[in-house]
Design a protein around this ligand. Structure first.
Ligand code: CAA
Length: 257
C-alpha cells in the first residue's frame, strides 16, 4: 500500500507506522488520519505482526490536528465530515499499540498517545492539550482519557490552562511506561515492543481486551469479561503449549492458535 503521509516498516514482529509530515510538526490532516489507521489496521490483520508501534520524529510525535485545515470549518462541516469519529478507529485495533514519543505530543497528538496501550517516551517528550489557546477544547478524547489517568485537578489545569507535562511528569502520573535517551529512542521502543511481540498472541489479545474492559464497565462486568477471556484461552493450543513447556522446563513455542 502506498501512503503519502506515513511511512511503514517492520522489524521482526513489530509493525511501525511513522507519522511523516515533518513540515507541519506531524499535525494530523484528514489524509494522515486516514492513512495512519489504514496502516495500523493492515498490521492488525497481519499474522506476522505481534505489536503495532506508532511514532513521529525526534522533534515531534504530532502537534495535534491540522489547524490550517480546520480554521475555516463550520460546525456543520465538522459534523458532516465527522472528523472526530475517525480517531475512534484506534479502539478497533486488537493487537497492542505502543506509542514511541519524542518531542511534542500536543492536542490530537497527545490524545492519540492516550489512546495507545503503552508509551515509550524520549527525554524530550512533552504532552499537552493547547486547544484552549485556539478557542476550542480537545475533541479526540483528551478530557475523558486524561481525567481517568491523572484525576480531575491536573486534567483541568492541562485542558483549561494549557499546562504541559514533561516526560518525567508524564511517567510519574502513569501516562508513560519508560523514558529512554533521545538518541536511539525508537530502537529502545522497538526492543520493548519485541518482548511483547514474542508472547502468546491470542493471550496478548485477550489480555488487552480484558484490561480495556476496566475503562468501559462496572467492576462486576469487568470481572466477567476477564473470566470469559481466561476460560476462552483454554481452547487454544498455546495454553497447552505454555503450561506443558513450564512443566518440561523449556521455552514455549507459540503458534497463535
Ligand atoms: N496544525 C497545522 N500546522 C502546524 C501545527 C498544527 N497543529 N503545528 C505546527 N504546525 C506548523 C506550523 O504552522 C509551522 O508551519 P510554517 O513553517 O508553514 O509556518 C510548522 O508546523 C513548524 O511549526 P512552528 O514554527 O510553530 O515550530 P516551533 O518549534 O516554533 O513550535 C509547536 C512547535 C510548539 C508544536 C507549535 O507548532 C505549536 O504550538 N503547534 C500547535 C499545537 C496545537 O495547538 N495543537 C492543537 C491542535 S487542535 C487539536 O488537536 C484538536 C483536537 O483535539 C483533535
Amino acid at each position: 500500500m502506498a501512503y503519502t503521509t506515513v511511512l511503514t516498516e517492520t522489524r521482526g514482529r513489530v509493525g511501525i507506522v511513522q507519522l511523516n509530515r515533518p513540515q507541519a510538526m506531524n499535525a494530523f490532516n484528514i489524509a494522515m488520519l486516514g492513512e495512519v489507521f489504514d496502516a495500523m489496521e493492515a498490521f492488525d490483520r497481519d499474522d506476522n505482526i505481534g505489536v503495532i508501534m506508532v511514532t513521529g520524529n525526534e522533534k515531534a510525535f504530532a502537534a495535534g490536528a491540522d489547524i490550517k485545515e480546520m480554521v475555516d470549518a463550520t460546525a456543520f462541516q465538522m459534523i458532516i465530515e465527522n472528523r472526530v469519529d475517525t480517531w475512534d478507529r484506534i479502539r478497533g485495533i486488537k493487537k497492542p499499540v505502543i506509542a514511541a514519543v519524542s518531542g511534542w505530543a500536543l492536542g490530537g497528538g497527545c490524545e492519540f498517545v492516550l489512546s495507545c496501550d503503552m508509551v515509550i517516551a524520549s527525554e524530550s517528550a512533552k504532552f499537552g492539550q493547547p486547544e484552549i489557546t485556539l478557542g476550542v477544547i480537545p475533541g479526540a478524547g483528551g478530557t475523558q482519557r486524561l481525567a481517568r489517568l491523572l484525576g480531575k485537578n491536573l486534567t483541568m489545569e492541562m485542558v483549561i490552562n494549557n499546562r504541559t507535562l514533561t516526560a518525567a511528569e508524564a511517567q510519574q502520573f502513569g501516562l508513560v511506561n519508560r523514558i529512554v535517551p533521545i538518541e536511539g529512542y525508537l530502537d529502545a521502543a522497538v526492543a520493548f515492543a519485541e518482548e511483547i511481540a514474542s508472547r502468546a498472541p491470542l493471550a496478548v489479545r485477550m489480555a488487552k481486551d480484558a484490561v480495556n474492559a476496566a475503562f468501559e464497565t462496572t467492576l462486576t462486568e469487568g470481572l466477567k469479561a476477564e473470566k470469559r477471556n481466561f476460560y476462552l484461552l483454554f481452547s487454544t493450543e498455546d495454553q497447552t503449549e505454555g503450561m506443558q513447556a513450564f512443566i518440561e522446563k523449556r521455552k514455549p513455542n507459540w503458534k497463535g492458535k
